[in-house]
Design a protein around this ligand. Structure first.
Ligand SMILES: *Cc1c(COP(=O)(O)O)cnc(C)c1O
Length: 389
């Protein structure tokens, strides 16, 4: 209540990350929002309460995170979830049997798996298309299309979708545009400002940034859609606990700072890899040689730390994974520490081999999540690993 500049989107990303949605605790003045670890709230009388009845519906720590990330994305409403997949599951509940969704073919493996193996069983229909080409989005739309879901940049091939063009097509058809903004983070890309209806994140990744919780969050502007989603939050219950909400909220305080370092390390390592293996085998939207670099530079203000590199064979990829010392072999991304992974057998293992090949996720592909260590140390690690191949 005392912060005049709370949630003010005139402020920059760093200021918003530190202050938006949070006030000193009214009872004690504690500068950090308390972790309100409770399942229920005592009511003053029948039908009389302080706005909080049961924690599936509302929790103050969760609300602080929701207001904070909503401010980062430049949106009015935020809804936090137990994981990125919990967020996607809840968003999918906005739709009903017979509805059709156009989805990027190159989305996160778990997104494809949820749609293809679970949501389809409930009567939803999907078309998976290469959303780099707006004509293919247009062609896939039917009279029953209710939503377009895109991820940009994509995992692991860093393909870019033109959010403004894509959401324009969806809007003309009366369909919602939903953007998985996990890879870019709110610091480098704001889908709502480009015309999307919903931006969502796995907060597990850059937003929390310290590899110590799982979470998801959706941000949107439309008040009616917000009422529907709040109903789903309470009715379906894929909510995060107060401790995980608090961890993510602590993460956003350094998000702008961390993204700057991820971006500068990412650019340095992508440039080094390009020298080493050639530009056709390095996937990073920040490289001038990336086929969609101009589009990426237009809709993103930075490129972050996600890079993929194509080794000639699975054996070479395995050798690289085995030789690095500072990069840890692990799934996930977006933490302060650098990770290295093999999409074909890790994040994309649930995608059938034929489909993987068609998407370009080859057995030689290696993905780096470049952390915020000193760039020289990361480069020296890659240098010794490549030298030994
Ligand atoms: C990790 C990830 C998800 C899923 O999030 P979880 O928090 O692991 O459930 C969705 N989309 C992208 C792009 C991701 O990287």
């Amino acid at each position: 209540m005392t912060r005049a500049f709370d949630e003010d989107s005139a402020f920059g990303m760093a200021t918003r990350g530190i202050h938006a949605g949070q006030r000193p605790d009214a009872a004690t003045g504690a500068i950090m929002p308390p972790i309100v670890q409770t399942s229920t709230y005592v009511q003053q009388g029948l039908g009389i309460n302080k706005g909080y009845e049961y924690a599936r519906g509302r929790n103050p720590t969760r609300e602080a995170l929701e207001r904070n990330v909503a401010a980062l994305e430049g949106g009015r409403h935020g809804f936090a979830f137990s994981s990125g997949m919990g967020c996607l599951t809840s968003l999918t509940m906005l739709f009903r049997a017979g509805d059709h969704i156009v989805c990027g073919e190159n989305v996160y493996g778990g997104t494809y798996r949820f749609f293809d193996k679970i949501a389809k069983n409930f009567g939803l229909e999907f078309s998976f298309v290469d959303t780099r080409d707006p004509h293919l989005i247009e062609d896939a739309m039917t009279a029953r299309t209710v939503a377009l879901l895109v991820e940009t940049p994509t995992n692991p091939l860093m393909r870019i979708t033109d959010i403004e063009a894509a959401s324009g097509i969806a809007r003309r058809r009366g369909a919602l545009t939903i953007v998985d903004n996990t890879f870019a983070s709110p610091v480098f890309q704001n889908p709502l400002a480009l015309g999307a209806d919903i931006a969502y994140h796995s907060t597990t990744k850059y937003i929390n940034g310290h590899s110590d919780m799982l979470g998801g969050i959706a941000v949107l502007n439309d008040d009616d859609l917000a009422v529907r989603l709040q109903f789903i939050v309470n009715a379906a219950g894929a909510i995060p606990g107060p401790m995980d909400s608090w961890l993510a909220l602590r993460g956003t305080k350094t998000l702008a700072l961390r993204m700057r370092q991820h971006d500068s390390n990412g650019r340095a390592i992508a440039a080094w890899l390009e020298q080493r293996v050639g530009s056709d085998r390095v996937f990073y939207a920040g490289l001038a040689s990336h086929p969609q670099h101009a589009l990426a530079a237009r809709q993103m203000s930075g490129f972050g730390g996600m890079i993929s590199v194509e080794m000639q064979t699975r054996e070479k990829a395995a050798a690289l994974l085995g030789r690095v010392k500072l990069f840890s072999l692990a799934e996930s991304l977006g933490g302060v520490e650098s990770l290295i992974s093999h999409p074909a057998s890790m994040t994309h293992a649930s995608v059938e081999p034929a489909r993987r090949a068609q998407l370009g996720v080859t057995d030689g592909l290696v993905r780096l999540s470049v952390g915020v260590e000193d760039a020289e140390d990361l480069l020296a690690d890659l240098d010794q690993a490549f030298a030994g191949l």
